[in-house]
Design a protein around this ligand. Structure first.
Ligand code: ADP
Ligand code: MG
Length: 681
């Protein structure tokens, strides 16, 4: 078998992704390799495929028990014998596994780095044929990163004790120069081939909403309501928020669980498993959650609060859409988040760090926070902001983020801002935001009468404004520090530092936006994993998802390991009726077909019998029936003619969404094609 055949037979995929082939080839040529690819790019396959072709065993060093277990389950499902050796096993179990390994049962063995120092394991490795040592999450070797693991430093000593030096391959998603240099140097890679793919995660839709307090709750409730059955993570800055949001959602009937460092170990473990097994598809968590989670069908990551840095945001948001299907990353931003983060950073503990270094770290933290705030406030392409932050060039707006789908305008509200200050001064800072707005708007509420609001000079001076506009204005003033909000229960507005506001040149500008009309006529069309499907296809998708959940329960296996969301979507699009059709679905290999194929074929047949309209035709030169479950051309191959048309359209200035509509394809497909032709970077 060659690499492509293995990819198809075991993993069910037709083609390699960017960078995979290069890495695999290099390994097969006996050369060391270092791959820096973003989350979800498919790093595992880069060592799993060659491992099956090399004559001996591949040892994969991986930092977390949960990651190893997941990977081994996935390999076994694909029909590949693999094992892990870590502290979750007893000595007897380990001895047994090593015995089997000696007999050639396993091609791939996952080990925790600590194991490399155990005499028993070294002895095994010296007598077995080790063809490759793979270091996954290789950034753990670098003290520069947050995930430094001292035991990773022992890897080289271990390799040195082997009778023959195996090929060494290293994988990470962290691309900073320091980390890369550390990996190369500490692992002593020997003229490695280095593959670095772009940072962009095309299937992620980024979006920022500037909303505060209660409105965040409303947003989340509404979002989860409109995305039932979808798996997602809601990140909060504090444990208190995690508990509150989790409580709110479960009160409203969502199947949700929570995770933070304040919960005891057993509870944390159970909650995490409920999430992985889709018993609770939504998890509300602090940033303590996520490392070691490879759940591929996470369809959204919502940040209830702004994180402290772009690095954190990219990593957390990046947990969405590992399967390559569309997913949403939404950040809910309010001025309060900046204050909370400043407060948290001030309290950060510095043990064993010199005074000068502390100063430096603090400066860097402040800069990072500022860049994060910048992301929340820009009105241009969010994806490009991320790419540029990580040092990648980006010039064309992506047309696949919240800002690209919005038309922003600005309004000078300096005069109104001054009235807000007057009102707070006049009422001696005794009232909260609602009363202050009520006075300015000249509202006719009982509470306002009670306090004699109509006698104030500022009463009704802004009656021509909408409440929403004033809210935005006050938000902006909070952000600038002109106004402060006390943190106690009866939070009231006080005057902050208004020195700058006294300066003639200082303007208070608020931004407004309108959702752009999308080319397909719908407003702000939101990318969803099942976008490619019509409504009949979507019904089928739900049906198959249920079947997957049922099987997952029978097998005590996370659903996404049975089949990924992407595989289910492709199954709906192709609606196969037999083995050949099923094997043509992306992600269905021989072994999975044997185990589950027939049940899915039956479910599809049952569906098409109930929905005869969903099937249009079986064309002569294709043995797979084509259904109407899919956007007209999505997934079909490109002809030279269509390519020419595409090129002309793009060069004559047509928007990507317009082109996609004209071709009956998704925006992503068009972008990918344009990139292929070198018309887009
Ligand atoms: P990473 O380790 O880079 O974050 P993984 O190795 O976990 O990513 O892969 C992410 C997902 O992509 C998995 O569901 C995997 O099966 C899928 N995948 C990997 N390579 C391919 C490919 N060539 N075609 C289709 N899907 C792939
Ligand atoms: Mg990985």
């Amino acid at each position: 078998m060659n690499a492509s055949k293995i990819l198809k037979t075991y993993f069910g995929y037709d083609s390699f992704r960017d960078g995979q082939e290069e890495i695999i080839q290099s390994i097969l040529d006996g050369k060391d390799a270092l791959a820096i690819m973003p989350t979800g790019a498919g790093k595992s396959l880069c060592y799993q495929v060659p491992a099956l072709l090399l004559s001996g065993i591949t040892l994969v060093i991986s930092p977390l028990i949960s990651l190893m277990q997941d990977q081994v389950k996935a390999l076994n499902e694909a029909g590949i014998h693999a094992a892990f050796i870590n502290s979750s096993l007893t000595e007897t179990q380990i001895a047994k596994a090593l015995g089997l390994a000696m007999n050639g049962t396993y091609k791939i063995i996952y080990v925790a780095p600590e194991r490399l120092e155990s005499a028993g394991f070294i002895q095994f490795a010296q007598s077995a044929e080790i063809s490759m040592v793979t270091v996954d999450e290789a950034h753990c070797i670098s003290q520069w990163g947050q995930d430094f693991r001292p035991s990773y430093l022992k890897i080289v000593d271990f390799i040195g004790q082997l009778p023959k030096r195996p090929v060494i391959s290293a994988f990470t998603a962290t691309a900073t120069r320091e980390v890369k240099a550390d990996i190369e140097c500490i692992l002593q890679l020997n003229h490695p081939s280095i593959v670095v793919t772009g940072f962009d995660r095309e299937n992620l839709y980024y979006r920022v909403e500037q909303i505060s307090g209660k409105n965040k709750d409303k947003f989340i409730l509404d979002y989860i309501d409109r995305h039932p059955n979808e798996s997602g993570v809601v990140y909060c800055a504090t444990r208190k928020n995690v508990d509150a949001v989790c409580e709110l959602l479960s009160r409203n009937g969502a199947a949700v669980t929570s995770y933070h460092a304040g919960l005891d170990n057993a509870v944390r473990k159970k909650n995490q498993e409920d999430f992985i097994y889709d018993r609770a598809p939504v998890i509300v968590a602090t940033n303590a959650f996520g490392m070691g989670i490879d759940k591929s069908n996470v369809r959204f990551v919502i940040h209830y609060n702004m994180p402290q840095s772009m690095e954190n945001y990219y990593q957390e948001a990046g947990r969405a859409g590992r399967d390559g299907e569309d997913a949403q990353c939404i950040l809910l931003f309010s001025p309060q988040d900046i204050r909370t983060n400043k407060f948290l950073l001030e309290r950060k503990a510095f043990e064993g760090v010199g005074a000068e270094d502390i100063e430096l770290i603090k400066q860097r933290d402040a800069q990072r926070l500022q860049s994060m705030e910048g992301y929340c406030r820009i009105t241009s392409c969010l994806r490009n902001y991320i790419l540029e932050y990580f040092g990648e060039k980006a010039d064309v707006p992506c047309d696949n983020c919240g800002n690209c789908h919005r038309e922003y305008t600005q309004e000078d509200m300096t005069a109104e801002a001054k009235w807000v200050i007057n009102c707070i001064a006049e009422t001696k800072g005794r009232y909260g935001q609602n009363i202050v707005m009520g006075i300015l708007l000249g509202a006719n509420r009982a509470r306002l009468k009670e306090i004699g609001a109509s006698s104030y000079k500022s009463y009704g001076v802004l009656s021509d404004k909408k409440e929403r506009e004033l809210r935005v204005l006050i938000n902006e003033m909070l952000m600038e520090g002109y106004v402060i909000q006390t943190a106690d229960e009866y939070s009231v507005l006080k005057i902050g530092d208004i020195t700058r506001l006294r300066d003639e040149d200082t303007r208070v500008v608020i931004r407004k936006f309108e959702e752009k009309e999308q080319a397909d006529g719908t407003r702000n069309r939101k990318a969803r994993s099942t976008d490619v499907l019509t409504s009949a296809g979507f019904d089928l998708f739900e049906k198959l998802r249920q079947l997957r959940l049922e099987i997952a329960k029978e097998e005590a296996m996370p659903p996404y390991i049975i089949f990924s969301d992407k595989t289910l979507v492709d199954m709906c699009a192709k609606a196969p009726v037999d083995k050949a059709g099923m094997l043509a679905v992306s992600g269905v290999g021989e072994n999975k077909f044997q185990k589950y194929g027939q049940r899915f074929i039956d479910a599809i047949a049952e569906f098409t019998a109930d929905n005869p309209d969903a099937v249009i035709s079986t064309t002569a030169d294709e043995d797979i029936p084509v259904t109407k479950n899919v956007k007209q051309n999505a997934g079909t191959s490109w002809t030279n003619e269509e390519d020419d048309v595409l090129r002309n359209e793009f060069q004559s200035g047509m928007k990507i969404a317009e082109i996609a509509k004209a071709h009956g394809r998704t925006n992503g497909a068009i972008r990918a094609r344009l990139k292929k032709h070198g018309l887009l970077e």
